[in-house]
Design a protein around this ligand. Structure first.
Ligand SMILES: CC(C)(COP(=O)(O)OP(=O)(O)OC[C@H]1O[C@@H](n2cnc3c(N)ncnc32)[C@H](O)[C@@H]1OP(=O)(O)O)[C@@H](O)C(=O)NCCC(=O)NCCS
Length: 157
């Protein structure tokens, strides 16, 4: 008998569960404590993870934060999007981002946005995000662009 296909599960997790992967993928040259973002304390902040056969393999965090240029729309920001290096490029990050977008829609948010590394722009564009404004630099991380997904538009079929 063949082994069953490994199953991906998406769910909410606690902050402590996202710190190790944040450190490994996003801030490897900084102390682990630098992976506790101040925005994790924003009321309404939620952490999501993808599990492959019970192993945490990708993470994403969302929290309410408005984007001034979008006006009064209820907005949520994404931070800490990462997938374990050995499994990148296999669609796991896209599916987790889709899960986070669906949760934000369910929460009644109209705008979903993030500061995206230029290296990840195509990842966000594939998920319906559009680049907004000029490229800017974040110290120690590199060039970024604001990427915006307007949740008020009908979902692509
Ligand atoms: C960006 C990231 C979360 C995407 O997750 P993933 O599971 O690798 O992505 P998927 O397989 O679902 O989608 C791959 C798409 O993302 C893009 N991509 C961006 N960075 C990538 C990377 N390091 N590896 C693979 N794909 C990457 C590719 O263009 C690809 O699109 P394509 O299939 O049309 O070529 C993941 O690659 C990662 O953790 N990268 C390093 C950390 C990072 O840059 N995080 C985002 C900070 S803004």
């Amino acid at each position: 008998m063949q082994n069953p296909e490994p199953e991906l599960l998406f769910k909410s997790v606690e902050r402590e569960q996202v710190l190790a992967l944040r450190h490994q993928v996003l801030r490897p040259h900084e102390p682990r404590e630098a992976c506790r973002f101040d925005t994790d304390d924003v009321p309404g902040c939620r952490h999501f993870a993808a599990f492959l056969d019970d192993r945490l393999v990708a993470i994403a965090t969302i929290f309410p934060e408005s984007l001034e240029a979008m006006g009064e729309v209820s907005s949520v920001r994404l931070r800490g999007m990462a997938c374990v290096p050995a499994l990148q490029g296999q669609g796991i990050g896209s599916r987790l981002l889709g899960f986070a977008l669906a949760e934000a829609r369910r929460g009644g948010y109209g705008i979903f946005w993030c500061n995206a590394r230029l290296s990840a722009l195509s990842f966000y564009q594939n998920q319906g995000f559009e680049a907004f404004g000029e490229t800017f630099h974040l110290a120690g991380i590199g060039p970024h662009k604001i990427m915006v997904n307007d949740l008020r538009k009908p979902e692509p079929s």
